[in-house]
Design a protein around this ligand. Structure first.
Ligand code: BG6
Length: 277
């Protein structure tokens, strides 16, 4: 079952419910901002100060960063433009009571071509079941090749940042974006300060352990993982962010970032996928 809902300011989202899970997905940005399995807690963190308005990305949920992750390319907005672009609904498929698939699409337009000159189709498919799986499929409809970096910028809701431990990135090289230095991860990750890291060659399973809660993150065709928490000072300066927000989320982002970019020739497609369970 699904419903299209509209806020007073015109901001639209789709609400999905089946026998095992429910979700809310905004048309702006193909941005999922709630996912709950029946009788389980919310998976995603959203700031109580987040705007739900066209033109500014929701602070929380899973922003889609595309066609760039980060701000290395100064010709594009940080994390690209997809997160503030309005997607169209292609279809909702509910084959049974335990799986609902929502397919959203963004196609190049005169607006996107002002920012990025290429013809493209970006398809995002949300598979809502007792796991959450998301696919991001880029198709080059142009005659020239183009380069993309991309991310599922997931904000996970925590009991408290001090309770968590992240496994699966042990011994991986990473770029510490705070000091722009290459380092290597020793052991599992605990967070007690600002962290902004781009792990490379990280295509295995990642575990987010939060007290007795365990989340498994598995991605396909992407080998960068960003771990981010703004901590006290940066948190108090960010748009749409609660002052103490850093205590209740961590971002673990499945991505193709920095050198791990994708080149797509004319008529080629490339798909990445992530699942959370
Ligand atoms: C992370 C980056 O992915 O996103 C951080 O690694 C950045 O450097 C954060 O601060 C939030 O970005 P934004 O554009 O949503 O404020």
């Amino acid at each position: 079952m699904y419903k299209i809902k509209k806020l007073e300011n015109g901001f639209e989202y789709i609400e999905v419910k089946n026998d095992v899970a429910s979700a809310k997905i905004a048309f702006q940005g193909a941005h999922i901002f709630s996912y709950k399995r029946s009788n389980k807690e919310e998976l995603l963190w959203v700031s109580s100060l987040s705007a739900f308005t066209l033109g500014s990305a929701i602070r929380g949920g899973i922003p889609i960063c595309w066609p760039r992750f980060g701000n290395l390319d100064k010709s594009l907005p940080q994390h690209g433009f997809a997160r503030t672009a309005v997607f169209e609904l292609v279809e909702v498929i509910a084959d049974n009571n335990t799986l609902t698939t929502v397919h959203l699409r963004l196609k190049s337009s005169n607006e996107t071509k002002k920012l990025w000159a290429y013809a493209f189709t970006l398809d995002i498919l949300f598979h809502i079941s007792n796991e959450l799986k998301i696919e991001m499929i880029t198709t080059n409809n142009d005659t020239k090749e183009f380069l993309i970096t991309q991310a599922f910028h997931a904000y996970f809701k925590l009991s408290d940042i001090k309770n968590i431990e992240i496994f699966g990135l042990e011994n991986k090289p990473f770029l510490d974006s705070l000091v722009n230095e290459e380092k290597v991860q020793k052991g599992s990750i605990r967070i007690n300060e600002e962290v902004d890291r781009i792990y490379q060659k990280a295509n295995g399973k990642i575990i987010l352990q939060d007290l007795e809660k365990r989340l498994e993150i598995q991605s396909k065709h992407s080998s960068s993982v960003i771990v981010w928490n703004p901590w006290i000072k940066k948190c108090s300066q960010m748009s749409g962010m609660e002052k103490e927000g850093y205590k209740s989320f961590v971002c673990i982002e499945s991505a193709n970032a920095v050198d791990d970019f994708v080149m797509l020739g004319a008529n080629e497609s490339f798909s990445i996928e992530v699942s959370y369970n």
